[in-house]
Design a protein around this ligand. Sequence first.
Ligand SMILES: NC(=O)c1ccc[n+]([C@@H]2O[C@H](COP(=O)([O-])OP(=O)(O)OC[C@H]3O[C@@H](n4cnc5c(N)ncnc54)[C@H](O)[C@@H]3O)[C@@H](O)[C@H]2O)c1
Ligand SMILES: [Zn+2]
Length: 364
Amino acid sequence: MRAVSVQLGNRSYAIKIAPGLLQKLGGECARLNLGDRCAIITDNNVGKKFAKPAYDSLLKNGFEPALITIPAGENSKSLKCVQFCYDQLAAQRLERKSFIVALGGGVVGDLAGFVAATYLRGIDFVQAPTTLLAQVDSSVGGKTGVNLRAGKNLAGAFYQPRLVLCDLETLETLPEREFRAGLAEVIKYGIIFDTKLFAQLERDLPKVLKRQPKTLEQIIARCCEIKAEIVSKDEAESGLRAILNFGHTIGHAIENSFGYGKFLHGEAISIGQVAAAKLSQKILGLPQCDVQRIENLFQRAGLPVKIKLNSAQRKKLFAAMKLDKKVSAGEIRFVLAKKIGKVVWGQKVSTGLIEGVLATDAHR
Ligand SMILES: NC(=O)c1ccc[n+]([C@@H]2O[C@H](COP(=O)([O-])OP(=O)(O)OC[C@H]3O[C@@H](n4cnc5c(N)ncnc54)[C@H](O)[C@@H]3O)[C@@H](O)[C@H]2O)c1
Ligand SMILES: [Zn+2]
């Protein structure tokens, strides 16, 4: 087992990574002295596969778990679903000392985290992420929230879990497309923070794609370490934490303008990261060979690196980019790479240049 610690004073917590951790969920919660009543929030896909070991383990350790199941998919990250969870928690008589276990991908984690942050003004919660994306990214760092009609993640709270348990066995049943989408965030950590991780991914990609447990355990732990370090230094995203958004300005605009569902988040940010690498070359002099290495790695991971846009789609994409939360005073700001492993944030980029890198993508 590997363990990583997120250092946030008296709100510090551990991330544990190993196969079979769901069977140990109850024991781990007991060590944290969490209250007796608890609720597992999961979705209908994950619940079918993994609710039982989690539930049994809690029961065996003296907890009284309730099970709340929401429909799988991004649509569940909604205020309607928050309301549904509140009603269930109240009906099951969860109180201030009770806690929530978020069992699932980023959708369940973001929703259940937000519910935990707000139910009775905040009760404890534990993340048990079951997608690669959730294990390396969304379960760590305390960003929780739901979507509004006006856009993604517009209602939310910073609220840290008490523990993150990444059971590697859950990844065995993850659909291939979802697994590869998670890799887009893994590769991101290499680009923004760790040249060695990037080189390892270039070397070990076949093992990663085969989901070899030892390789995954080490790589997931490294990603969590990087995220933990960044979050510890800048929990509320007033500076450094922004580097986690590498590739996300264009990525989010792609998700927004094509509607959720056409591209998975990881696919959209794969295109976004390759575009950001090209912008980095133009603005910061990122060497052409590094741009090529970045594009190749995403491609080898089976992720899209280009997007075809007609003029209506192009218009929509730019409109979406300008609406992004990270835009201030009408200027689009980017995280750009100086080299692989080192990025800077807050770089102003003209729409002309963005048009340029996307236009190349569309027609070659
Ligand atoms: N809070 C953050 O910091 C943060 C960071 C990145 C992304 N996010 C959010 O995360 C969400 C995306 O998360 P996601 O990619 O995990 O998607 P998801 O939660 O929708 O899961 C993807 C699909 O895989 C299924 N699934 C999950 N685990 C499985 C398993 N082990 N086996 C088989 N099927 C499984 C789910 O039911 C779902 O259908 C987005 O809403 C995004 O905004 C949040
Ligand atoms: Zn992301």
